[in-house]
Design a protein around this ligand. Structure first.
Ligand SMILES: Nc1nc2c(c(=O)[nH]1)N[C@H]1C(S)=C(S)[C@@H](COP(=O)(O)OP(=O)(O)OC[C@H]3O[C@@H](n4cnc5c(=O)[nH]c(N)nc54)[C@H](O)[C@@H]3O)O[C@H]1N2
Ligand SMILES: Nc1nc2c(c(=O)[nH]1)N[C@H]1C(S)=C(S)[C@@H](COP(=O)(O)OP(=O)(O)OC[C@H]3O[C@@H](n4cnc5c(=O)[nH]c(N)nc54)[C@H](O)[C@@H]3O)O[C@H]1N2
Ligand code: SF4
Ligand SMILES: [Mo]
Length: 727
């Protein structure tokens, strides 16, 4: 028996795990006490890595669909088939007729994160989509316009803060988001243990809220009013403190002027948050020596998400908590995908370079809002999407009006999915290219070290062996990349590059990234930092990391500003009132009365510890116990509709309806109902035997593809107006 050390790649938290392996089988999985980041913590999903690996429904070979039968294929033939059909669709209907969707696990998978963006680029299509527009897009938007880089996310310095104010996040269920923190529960508890305060603003008294000092109810979709009112108070009461950022802050006067129109009383009327609470929280934030405000899915995947993300960023700046220990800071990951260097960087961002064909929605960062994917397939005319590649994605369950998207997928001339399962989305594919299980591949986290509350680095070698016919995402995608480029010209520069990259593989990319990064030993003695070529001072390389099986601690976050800000006229600056965001403010006036209406029931989502978006419901260990796909409703709302606890109700929105069991609880505020997302495994044709036993219903059969944060193009997945009736 041997023990392999690595990190769990399922969610952001990057928990260190120890996997005991005996003759190619997993015997046990434990938290790694010696991991400097997670210190032994794991959640129940870590153990499900074994279920995932052993799942008889997980595909082991490429599968081609012939009618409703699936036939296995050899890898070379499957890759050639995919590339030929992609070329065919593009030759017949134009390049934009082939679309692509990237899902969330891309970010948790070394091979996918290195090669999927290159494959998308090789398609040269404007119809690129991803889970970004149902997730963190508003944060990217705010960072792009205020800080000059789409990935420059302000990260809570959890370990040193004494005041943690969170809008729309539930870290005890999600384990932290854009705040990668092993053992987030322990780190939050430590804030209270050292005398600090933790406060949640949320339409539901969540498990996180229950373990905090304070919870404040807020009506869905109304965060922007409250956050702008907090800015209003900070200006009105003379609490602005810019600290070291003072010489770099631009358009503070504009921010002050526009927030004059948002007194706390106005916010109270629309949000239900008492004006006095808004004043008090503003003062607490401003006076905290080490404090911060943080917002996540609930505050951003909603109608005013862009404005909310901007206000949160601005609040941290004007209260002196920007780039300060205990405030929000900017990680320095060992492979620095933000500062770039050695070709591993991600671009600053872009906006509006092109628009979607049907609704005219603008591109952000090279992608269109996924809420318009279905209409781009279903609406006839030039440029219509006729083929689709999905990688690590299940948009039928994860994006608004999934039922409509299914109709679109069924009409495609060719669809290919890189995915281990035949699920609600991939059952429509003509070809599925399945990767190995997470335990069978090497891993280095390129993404989440960049949003982590502490600088660490870790290499995770594959714990389990592979059969000769098994491939990881990096191998699959690099082969596909080469095949696509080769069909465009065998000796073209891109084809040659693709071929070289495929041979190098993702592991070598990590080595180069580590050497060129801020702790790196350099490539020929030099690293490429923010300021250009520098003599390397560190000694990090992949070989060094491989000698540290529990990972390396690189220390707490350090101040890195203003050096990382963009420059104008020789000066680094933060734009506190970007014109595009200011121009969006009138939308608040237009929607205020509607969102203030307490008669409309509004549906929000929820996450659960034993579930991971849409795709882990086939793991028997996680599905044990009661049905968790229930509608939470306040007893007063139930009484008015003669609904009893445990009854089956019909929930109806503009786009669809579902029947689901109701749970009465005063943990949700009156006027709000909550359903978890990612269920709805009743669809014929999916091959998920365990999931189908407790299928639940899909929240995204109710969310509306036409409901967008008009500024950013993010889908409104929280705050959907619904009717609920007894069946
Ligand atoms: N109503 C509502 N909807 C939501 C949300 C919400 O809060 N409310 N949250 C949104 C958010 S934040 C997100 S990120 C999206 C997620 O949306 P998606 O990324 O589209 O969906 P997932 O459920 O993560 O599905 C992941 C898919 O990847 C496959 N997969 C898993 N591991 C691997 C792997 O290693 N390699 C490959 N190739 N495939 C793999 C799975 O089989 C599954 O098909 O959902 C969004 N949808
Ligand atoms: N166990 C588990 N962990 C996960 C995931 C999972 O599916 N399961 N998904 C992963 C992914 S992809 C992500 S992006 C992260 C997300 O991580 P989080 O954002 O921390 O997770 P959520 O549970 O979606 O938290 C959103 C909260 O917002 C509240 N909310 C809803 N509407 C509003 C509103 O209008 N205003 C305010 N203020 N609050 C609102 C909800 O009640 C909920 O408590 O979690 C990750 N971790
Ligand atoms: S919190 Fe759970 S799912 Fe997330 S990395 Fe840790 S063990 Fe894995
Ligand atoms: Mo997400």
């Amino acid at each position: 028996m041997r023990t392999v050390h690595g990190s769990c790649p399922l969610c952001e938290a990057m928990c260190g795990i120890e996997v005991d392996v005996d003759r190619g089988r997993v015997v046990a999985i434990r938290g790694d006490e010696r991991d400097p980041f997670s210190r032994g913590h794991v959640c129940p999903k870590a153990f499900a890595l074994k279920d995932l690996h052993e799942d008889p429904d997980r595909l082991r070979r490429p599968m081609r669909r012939v009618g409703d039968r699936w036939e296995p294929m050899e890898w070379d033939a499957a890759i050639a088939f995919a590339a030929d059909r992609i070329a065919e669709v593009q030759a017949k209907h134009g390049r934009d007729a082939f679309g692509a969707y990237l899902g969330n696990p891309t970010a948790h998978n070394l091979g996918a994160i290195v090669f999927a963006p290159l494959v998308l680029k090789s398609l040269r299509t404007k119809n690129r989509f991803s889970a970004t527009s149902v997730d963190q897009l508003p944060h990217m938007f705010a960072s792009y316009f205020a800080l000059g880089h789409q990935l420059l996310f302000p990260i809570p310095d959890l370990d040193r803060t004494d005041f943690f104010l969170a809008f729309g996040a539930n870290p005890l269920a999600s384990n932290g988001s854009i705040m990668t923190a092993g053992d987030v529960r322990g780190r939050l508890r430590a804030i209270r243990d050292r005398g600090g305060r933790v406060v949640y603003v949320d339409p539901r008294r969540t498990e996180s809220a229950k373990s905090a000092d304070e919870h404040v109810f807020i009506r869905p979709g109304t965060d922007a009013w409250v956050l702008l009112a907090m800015l209003h108070v900070i200006f009105a009461e003379g609490l602005v403190k810019l600290g070291k950022m003072a010489p770099h802050v631009e358009r503070l006067d504009v921010l002050e002027a526009v927030t004059k129109a948002f007194p706390p009383e106005r916010a109270e009327r629309v949000s239900g948050v008492p004006a006095e609470t808004i004043r008090r929280l503003s003062r607490e934030l401003a006076s905290a020596k080490h404090g911060l405000i943080y917002g996540r899915v609930g505050a951003c995947v909603q109608e005013m998400g862009g404005l909310a993300a901007w206000a949160i960023l601005a609040l941290n700046v004007v209260t002196g908590h920007f780039d300060e220990p205990g405030g929000v800071m900017f990680p320095e990951p060992a492979v620095d995908v933000i500062r770039g260097g050695a070709g591993v960087g991600i671009g600053r961002g872009s906006f509006g370079r092109w628009k979607s064909r049907v609704r005219g929605l603008p591109e952000f960062g090279g992608e269109l809002p996924v809420a318009c994917l279905a209409e781009e397939i279903l609406t006839p005319g030039d440029g219509r999407i006729r083929g689709l590649l999905t990688i690590c994605g299940n948009p039928v369950l994860s994006t608004p009006n999934g039922a409509q998207l299914e109709k679109g997928l069924a009409e495609l001339e060719f669809m290919v999915s890189v995915d281990p399962f035949v699920n609600e989305t991939t059952r429509h594919a003509h070809l599925i290219l399945p990767p190995v299980s997470p335990l069978q591949r090497d891993h280095y986290d390129m993404v989440f070290h960049a949003v982590a509350v502490r600088n660490t680095a870790k290499w995770s070698p594959a714990a389990l062996p592979r059969e000769p016919h098994e491939r990881d995402d990096g191998q699959i995608l690099s082969a596909l990349l080469e095949a696509i480029e080769t069909r465009r010209g065998r000796f073209s520069q891109r084809a040659v590059q693709a071929s070289v990259l495929r041979r190098l593989g993702a592991k070598r990319v990590v080595d180069v990234g580590l050497r060129a990064g801020p702790y790196g030993r350099g490539v020929a003695g030099y690293t490429l930092g923010a300021k250009g070529l520098e003599r390397s001072s560190g000694d990090l390389s992949l070989a060094k990391l491989e000698q540290a099986p529990h990972g390396l601690d690189l220390g707490p976050l350090r101040p890195t500003m203003p050096e990382r800000l963009p420059k104008r006229d020789g000066r680094r600056y933060v734009d506190l009132a970007p014109a595009i965001l200011v121009a969006d403010l009138p939308r608040l006036d237009a929607r205020e009365d509607e969102l203030a209406r307490t008669e409309t029931l509004r549906l929000i989502g929820r996450r659960q510890l034993r579930s991971n978006n849409s795709w882990m419901h086939n793991a028997p260990q996680l599905m044990k116990g009661r049905d968790r796909c229930t509608l939470l409703m306040h007893p007063d709302d139930a009484k008015a509709r003669e609904i009893e606890h445990g009854a089956i109700v019909r929930v109806r929105s503009r786009v669809g309806q579902v029947e689901v069991k109701v749970e009465l609880t005063d943990d949700v505020m009156p006027g709000v109902v909550s359903l978890p997302h990612g269920f709805g495994h009743h669809r014929a044709g999916a091959k998920l035997r365990v999931a189908a036993e407790q299928p639940g219903v899909s929240l995204n059969d109710l969310t509306d593809d036409r409901a967008l944060d008009a500024l950013t193009g993010t889908a409104v997945l929280n705050g959907t107006p619904v009717e609920v009736v007894r069946v």
